[in-house]
Design a protein around this ligand. Structure first.
Ligand SMILES: [Fe+2]
Ligand SMILES: [Fe+2]
Length: 260
């Protein structure tokens, strides 16, 4: 019924709108597989082959391929939340459907970009690190915090660094355009998470200012470490408070410390 079990990436894109609409009709939580199906080998990010620089076409295509793997997981995580949280507010679910379809569009742009550079989906391994950062045990607030605020939030920082690295060099127009459009639209996705995080806190009489650090403290152990410098302007545009940004600055410093 849902596109998690479809391995073909183009079929996944073609099915996402229908899958989301079906998920919106659920009255009880649906089952989600442990891992979504893939039509290319999955491998832990640490085991991926080394990357080439952006001055090479291969390096550019590889970057889009890595981004495609992220967009695919973002798309499937959106659908997963729709399937697992049928009781979430209707407004949240409708907005999440739009975010999920937007991830599918990002994925399509990346795949077309890869092909325009003479490469194809599957030329490199992919990973499931984002998918595996969430759990069937999550509360809705956990899920929003992990996916839309932590993972997509750090994606804003990384995307902005990428845009700056791509600037001023000829021959990179294809990926520049794609990365800029994606990062611009991601601000909206993160803002969606920020707004609904606060709204759902309010509905449950939870103070978001105390909940944020407490919830992050309890979740951080299972999250992929993000060490990209924070982009405060983008973070503020996406609904983060000064205190939340300060929390992530401290978390980043912790992640940068050598592990014992
Ligand atoms: Fe995206
Ligand atoms: Fe997104």
């Amino acid at each position: 019924m849902f596109s998690f079990s479809t391995p073909d990436i183009w079929e996944k894109i073609a099915n996402i709108q229908n899958s989301c609409e079906e998920a919106l009709k659920l009255t009880s939580a649906g089952l989600v597989p442990e891992d979504p199906a893939r039509d290319v080998p999955t491998l832990h990010p640490k085991l991926h082959p080394p990357k080439k620089g952006f001055s090479t076409v291969e390096g550019q295509a590889r970057m889009l391929h890595d981004l495609a793997s992220i967009e695919l997981q973002a798309m499937e995580l959106g659908l997963r939340t729709l399937v697992e949280f049928p009781d979430a507010p209707q407004g949240f679910r409708e907005e999440l459907l739009a975010v999920t379809v937007s991830e599918a569009e990002h994925l399509r742009m990346c795949l077309e970009g890869i092909e325009s550079l003479g490469h194809k989906w599957g030329d490199w391994p992919v990973h499931l690190a984002l998918w595996r950062a969430v759990s069937v045990e999550d509360s809705l607030l956990d899920r929003i915090l992990i996916v839309h605020r932590y993972l997509e939030g750090s994606g804003l920082d990384a995307g902005d660094t990428l845009i700056r690295r791509l600037e001023g060099t000829a021959g990179k127009q294809t990926i520049q355009k794609i990365v800029k459009q994606i990062n611009f639209e991601e601000i909206g996705h993160v803002d969606f998470g920020s707004r609904w995080y606060r709204e759902i806190c309010k509905e449950n009489k939870i103070d978001p200012n105390t909940d944020f650090p407490e919830r992050m403290d309890s979740l951080r152990i299972r999250l992929p470490k993000r060490i990209e410098p924070l982009n405060h302007d983008l973070r503020k545009k996406a609904g983060f408070t000064e205190e939340e940004i300060a929390y992530y600055e401290t978390l980043r410093l912790d992640f940068l410390k050598p592990s014992k």
